[in-house]
Design a protein around this ligand. Structure first.
Ligand code: ANZ
Length: 802
């Protein structure tokens, strides 16, 4: 008997809705918080790639529910952002209305696929109740000195009319472009809000030791934080001390010049009269270069001599002071001691400008920079020592003689936190006419409704034009509201806490209440977090930062929000390219649900291959999934059930339960499904014999994690009155796993020729097949005529040949 997926989906979607099946339970002392990275509700609707991630967490959630856990598995909307604002600009629509319509569509689509989301916990970052808390957290940060309004060098995008954070920029052919839209980005000085994430660099680094993420993501974060321990050495010049930061203090005997960033504050003080013009011209050119360009090692080196000299604090040698754009002003001290013999950039620079090159590490090849490991030569105090020994000795020496000190630097920069946009969280900030800043503590500061979304072009947000909103009078004193808004990554930095606090859609318990503490205690950390690899540094680092701050504020009870993190691989188009309107290779999930049903879609996406792999969409694969869903349905539906266990399925059933449980837990969904297939095949092999009912029930429970609609339908057919999610996950009887493999003897003409290990109860046909394919047996029966085959299940195979 076949089934109609449309009828079944309709029936169970209604049942779940009416019975509030997915309402978050609070009845157990075991919990599991299973989270998806929430989507940006774009006009395009949901993507099959979203569904891959969401199905994975749904499968785990369903298993955990049946295992008796209280499960928090929510969904919400990353609902502020540039696309809605740009759409508004293009069409004259209001981004708020536009976003709400998109959310409604997303929600409808998600409901079709049977995810166990508790919509009483639905949240949206653009809802005032939500961003009230975003603003509150900002206020706490400001009070703690972690938010500052200051003049900073920013990445300015003229086309978008806003500044962008480093992780919102991409580099193509040496130029900086906005990640959204590919528009040019330039450096510019502007007064902006920054959050001092750098004060948490060490804490964020330490926290990585605690979490169970794959090492590549951890490494991406470590590199972004970029901790580097070295020495700050003092080079004296006529009237100024130049501090250089080096990780190779052991190379001090090889220094042939000092080079400073052109913007270094002391450059002009050091420049001699005759060099002033040249130096100024160079400084001017540097201003137009991007950091990416300056870091590019393949670019030819440029620079200018300042006319001054500095003294090497160890050798007392006098070395020239140069400026060059390969030295960055915002790292270390903005000045470097150059060792051309052992640093590639310095080598290129020295060769170009004919500066001395002195080898202080032993090498046979002095035709290029030697950057490998070797022992020191020409280095008075450290001759014969290797790198580690030499660094240790020199560091000690430098500290004892007070010519330098140990220093740790981080590559991490403070988080540029303001955008010249309309569609984001307003800052709870007022500016006085005298430059004073006051906090608005009566939250939320609501984003006003406006009609004109055009950026002003002079670097101000469209909000700057809304006079009645901007101008505020308190006790007769005039203030202007901050008109920048927070970046898109603000709400996502705490949204995972919002689900815990939600008591109804976008209604929250106070984040600093005792009740909130209890809830955080119950639900944190997030046990499983699933999303795309592209968030490896941006979102995941910012969210960790806010948690670390909230921990220090005693709002939450732990620092690390995400215990386990998994990145789903992409679903590519059938043509193996990234799905895109441009290629016409986008698969619309709504169509798939129509033709193949939600169960088949879910099963297909989980069966495509390893979860973290990027794989192309395949119509044949989808068809096979549909066929198998029907095969599994028929198997259960047609089975004759019995309460007597004849033990013939003991091994296979327990083996499958054990494997499926472990595989779901470790997100090996494709192999878990293979196990379910093995079980279905085994039942078909029973050829109508009555099947022990609990085994069929256990199978339906496992199956239902992947295909919940037919899961519920079959559960009902098995006679249960309540949702399968209230049932208890099958357990494994380990004793059945030990005994079931047995040894069968294979004879040819009564002589023992081989033994094979098989599952208990392996059928006659299969035993014969296995026997005949055994290499040793083959050699005795090939080219012979088989006269008789005697098979005793679980014991012996005898083949008689002539
Ligand atoms: C002498 C030296 C000799 C260096 C040698 C390297 C190799 P990390 O690991 O990234 O911290 N440096 C320091 N400040 C810089 C700046 N503002 N812009 C560009 N380069 C800078 O690298 C530290 C090394 O990068 C420092 O150690 C310095 O060069 C350079 F054989 O000092 B080294």
């Amino acid at each position: 008997m076949e089934f109609s997926h449309k009828a079944i989906e309709k029936k169970w979607a209604k049942y779940w809705e009416q019975n509030k099946t997915f309402k978050t339970r609070n009845t157990s002392n075991k919990k599991s918080y299973i989270l998806d990275m929430f989507p940006y509700p774009s006009g395009a609707g949901i993507h099959v790639g979203h569904i891959k991630g969401y199905t994975s967490t749904d499968v785990i959630s369903r298993m955990k529910l049946m295992q008796g856990y209280d499960v928090l598995h929510p969904m919400g909307w990353d609902a502020f952002g540039l696309p809605a604002e740009q759409y508004a600009l293009k069409t004259g629509n209001d981004p708020l209305d536009f976003t709400l319509a998109n959310i409604a569509n997303f929600k409808k689509q998600l409901k079709m696929i049977g995810f166990t989301y508790d919509y009483d916990k639905e949240i949206s970052t653009s809802n005032p109740n939500f961003y009230k808390v975003t603003q509150w957290i900002f206020v706490q940060m400001y009070k703690k000195g972690l938010a500052e309004y200051k003049n900073v060098e920013v990445n300015w995008c003229q086309e978008l009319g806003t500044v962008l954070a480093n992780d919102e920029i991409v580099e193509k052919d040496g130029v900086m472009l906005s990640e959204r839209g590919d528009y040019p980005v330039v450096k510019k000085n502007m007064k902006q809000w920054v959050l001092k994430i750098t004060e948490y660099a060490e804490s964020l680094l330490q926290g990585l030791e605690e979490v169970e993420w794959n090492s590549s993501i951890k490494d991406l974060q470590r590199n972004w934080i970029g901790k580097s321990t070295g020495v700050e050495l003092i080079f004296k010049s006529d009237n100024i001390n130049i501090n250089v930061f080096t990780t190779r203090v052991d190379t001090i005997y090889g220094v042939s010049y000092v080079v400073m960033a052109p913007e270094h504050q002391d450059v002009l003080k050091l420049t001699t009269q005759d060099k002033l013009e040249e130096v100024n011209a160079y400084i001017k050119i540097t201003k137009n270069k991007s950091e990416i360009d300056r870091k590019d090692e393949s670019k030819p080196k440029t620079g200018v001599f300042t006319g001054s000299y500095a003294i090497n604090p160890i050798t007392n040698e006098s070395v020239p002071i140069w400026i060059s754009d390969y030295v960055l002003n915002n790292y270390g001290t903005g000045a470097v001691m150059s060792v051309p013999a052992h640093d590639t950039r310095d080598w290129e620079f020295a060769t170009k400008f004919n500066l001395p090159i002195k080898f202080i590490l032993k090498t046979d090849d002095q035709s290029k920079a030697f950057v490998g490991e070797s022992i020191h030569i020409n280095s008075e105090l450290i001759n014969g020592l290797n790198r580690i020994e030499a660094i240790e000795k020199m560091t000690k020496y430098v500290e004892e003689h007070k010519i330098g000190f140990v220093k740790t630097n981080y590559k991490l920069r403070d988080w540029l936190f303001s955008r010249q946009r309309f569609y984001g969280e307003p800052f709870p900030i007022l500016h006085g006419e005298d430059g004073s800043i006051i906090l608005v503590e009566d939250l939320p500061v609501v984003l006003p409704r406006i009609k004109d979304f055009k950026p002003s072009g002079d670097g101000q947000s469209p909000l700057a034009k809304v006079d009645e909103w901007v101008n505020v009078k308190i006790n007769g004193v005039k203030y202007k509201r901050e008109t920048n808004t927070m970046p898109n990554s603000a709400g996502p930095s705490w949204y995972f806490l919002a689900y815990i606090l939600a008591i109804a859609e976008n209604e929250f318990i106070d984040i600093d209440s005792p009740q909130a503490k209890q809830l955080f205690e119950k639900w944190l950390p997030i046990d499983v977090y699933v999303g795309g690899q592209e968030h490896a540094v941006g979102h995941l680092l910012y969210a960790r930062f806010w948690m670390h701050v909230l921990y220090d504020l005693k709002i939450v009870n732990r620092k690390e929000p995400f215990k386990k993190l998994y990145n789903q691989g992409m679903i590519l188009g059938p043509d193996n390219r990234k799905m895109s309107k441009r290629w016409g290779n986008v698969i619309n999930p709504d169509d798939v649900v129509q033709t193949h049903g939600a169960d088949s879609l879910r099963l297909y996406e989980m069966f495509m291959g390893p979860f973290e792999a990027s794989l192309p969409w395949s119509e044949e694969g989808l068809d096979s999934a549909l066929k198998w869903v029907h095969r599994a349905f028929r198997m259960v539906n047609n089975a004759t059930l019995t309460n007597d266990n004849d033990q013939s399925l003991d091994f296979i059933y327990n083996d499958v339960v054990k494997k499926v449980t472990d595989m779901i837990e470790s997100l090996k969904f494709n192999t878990a499904i293979s196990q379910l297939m093995v079980f279905v095949n085994a039942i078909y092999k029973q050829e109508g014999k009555p099947i022990y009912k609990p085994y069929i029930e256990g199978f339906v429970q496992m199956l239902s994690t992947f295909t919940p609609f037919i899961g519920e339908e079959l559960w009902e057919k098995l006679g249960f009155k309540e949702t399968i999610l209230k049932s208890t996950w099958p357990t494994v009887d380990e004793s059945k796993l030990v005994l079931s493999n047995i040894i069968v003897a294979i004879q040819v003409n009564g002589k023992l020729r081989a033994t094979i290990e098989v599952e208990k109860n392996t059928s006659k046909e299969e035993l014969l097949l296995l026997a005949k394919s055994n290499d040793n047996v083959k050699s005795f029966i090939s080219n012979k005529q088989i006269i008789k085959e005697i098979v005793v299940v679980d014991k012996i195979v005898n083949i008689v040949v002539k």
